[in-house]
Design a protein around this ligand. Structure first.
Ligand code: GLN
Length: 296
């Protein structure tokens, strides 16, 4: 049930009531959700909310928090209600055509950076299906002499990614282009990254409702076996050796059960050096690929 939040209710008491309502509704993280939504609805930092917990919600605060709580209780993820989420310690705006950045995807950034350990090396990066731009922006943030392209089929995603590059101070080193995988691009790139759609079409109805109903289908659906994007990306690279620089690397996020299949596709595409990185839950999450000499 949605608690009725009176404008005179102290913020700390509203937080307790929301936490109870979220717990009763079976949400996994009732206290954290209540806190995030209260900070957002009231326009306060987490320390302000704690320090000034006895202040009343006020008319507009009570209304905004009531609406946010109703959306959460209807199953909308906190990140969607906020319209923003954190990735790699940086803030990212979201839009309907971008995935919510996952902590799992930080595994990709963490796997790619040590392959280019020199912080000030001028790298050429491309992020295929950039979405919110989170991977590209995190890499540009960590490698201040790097330049990068974010590619996406969605104009809405590209606008969001560009805004995120601006907000994180890397826009002068980023370009955002509309396109499908690597078809229309010339290299060479030092690092090609992607978190492509990789869920099998038939598996999508079984996903958690918060993903299924609120993440964009085009960012999830990897075709009948979930591997369509890997075939397209690796096929592009195999056919056009100039796309990848000598010593270039491809780093791809994969589904937890796709390491064998993607490794096989990569070997067929001429990558002899395939490494699998695991996420914090111990699942295979990222493959990093280097070509054998024949495709350079
Ligand atoms: N990791 C996402 C999920 O859990 C899938 C993202 C993708 O297909 N790239 O649903």
């Amino acid at each position: 049930m949605i608690p009725d939040l009176a404008p005179t209710l102290p913020r700390a008491e509203a937080l307790r009531q929301l936490t109870r309502a979220f717990a009763a509704a079976g949400l996994a993280n009732p206290r954290g959700d209540a806190r995030f939504l209260a900070e957002h609805a009231l326009g306060l930092s987490s320390s302000e909310l704690i320090l000034h917990g006895q202040a009343p919600l006020g008319e507009s605060g009570a209304q905004a928090l009531g609406e946010a709580a109703a959306r959460r209780l209807a199953g909308e993820p906190v990140a969607r209600i906020l319209g923003a989420w954190e990735f790699w310690g940086l803030p990212f705006r979201l839009s309907p055509e971008t995935l919510v950045p996952r902590p799992d995807t930080e595994t990709l950034v963490a796997a790619a950076l040590p392959l280019f350990p020199e912080r000030h090396r001028p790298l050429r990066l491309i992020d295929l299906g950039t979405g919110s731009g989170c991977i590209l922006v995190a890499l540009l943030h960590e490698r201040p002499e790097a330049f990068g392209i974010g590619l996406d089929r969605s104009q809405d995603a590209l606008a969001t990614a560009k805004a995120n590059a601006e907000a994180n101070g890397v826009a002068s080193r980023a370009a955002f282009l509309r396109g499908s995988w690597l078809d229309a691009l010339a290299g060479p790139f030092d690092l090609i990254v992607s978190n492509p759609p990789y869920i099998g079409t038939g598996v999508i109805p079984t996903l958690d409702a918060e993903v299924r109903e609120h993440d964009p289908p085009a960012a999830l659906d990897g075709g009948p076996d979930g591997l369509d994007a890997y075939r397209a990306i690796l096929g592009n690279i195999a056919q056009r050796p100039g796309l990848l620089a000598a010593h270039g690397v491809v780093a791809l996020e994969i589904g937890y059960d796709q390491a064998t299949a993607v490794t096989e596709l990569a070997r067929k595409a001429g990558f002899s050096d395939v490494t699998v990185a695991r996420d914090l839950a111990g699942q295979a999450r990222v493959v990093t690929l280097r070509p054998s000499l024949s495709v350079r």
